[in-house]
Design a protein around this ligand. Sequence first.
Ligand SMILES: *Cc1c(COP(=O)(O)O)cnc(C)c1O
Length: 368
Amino acid sequence: MKVPLLDLQAQYEPIMSKVKAAIDEVIAENDFILGHQVKEFEDKMANYLGIKYAIGCASGTDALVLAVQATGIGADDEVITTPFTFFATASSIWRNGAKPRFVDINPGTFNLDVEKLEAAITDKTRAIMPVHLFGQACDMTRIMEIAEKYNLKVIEDNAQGIGCTWDGKMSCSFGDVGTLSFFPSKNLGAMGDGGMCLTNDEELALKLRQLRVHGENPKYYHKWVGLNSRLDTIQAAVLGVKLDYLSQWSEGRRANAAFYDEQLADIPQVKTPYIHPSAVSIYNQYTIYCENRDALIHHLKGKEIGCAIYYPLPLHLQECFAELGYKKGDFPMAEKASQSVLSLPIYPELTDAQKSYVVEAIKEFYQG
Ligand SMILES: *Cc1c(COP(=O)(O)O)cnc(C)c1O
């Protein structure tokens, strides 16, 4: 039986006629750059997350780059973040001339360890960039307390956390700016690249809106050096259709996670994901710790079960960040995670037979 890590075919099949109709409308109107569908989707997304302003842009990476620039962070500044995340989290800081300063993760949640945060603050620190990794929100209560105490900005990298909550409140709504990615493998994926910034701050929203069109206002008059980074009208039309299904898809992912949690509980070589009692995860990934990982991957691949390592090398050990001066051993929890994590298929369209097949394959590997 084939169980891919993600099955976009299965996702699109039931909604394809609506998606195609939305695309056809854009083609008929020829309004390809910032057409009305962009504004409509921005409003719909803002409403979904309960945040005032949404600014669509070309990718989740650009959303972060724009957020860092909009909050006034640049040369000589430091931004505290996690080394156990996708590359774009730290590159967005770097691209603005600032330096990422890493803090180790909590090995349970995989998120930035709030107990270690304060010790990393220096007189150059301007912001904290928490990442709601794998769909689970960070401890935003503690992060906002520390940010207020030291007068720091907070930019939430919510590329993997769309719709997840902390203490009943949506991620993206705690800090100064939150960002989304609509990369096809995210919980709300476009048919290409796309991203978004969200904020409750009217001034920041205005600045972000200008920064995505070269920093111009009015046209051909530039207050800042911005980007060319718009959410494509066709992508906005597709996403507008798909957003109606997001809550139901998140429920499906949680149900699948509950199944795995129960079925994998008695395998001593596997540790299922820990979700903090204040967090509701949307499981962008279902990520386990496992022993003998490479052999397990080989076993699963042989049975046509998709799986992946997010992430094999923490960011403090990436070649391009060598001049930051970090070395192996600096963040043992992130390093340990990168050695033993594995993400399993969790997408909502998984059938009962597929889920059982995954569980049986893992049991067979460890228990024979
Ligand atoms: C996917 C992702 C991004 C970047 O999003 P793109 O749309 O691929 O540019 C940034 N941060 C995290 C944590 C991500 O998972």
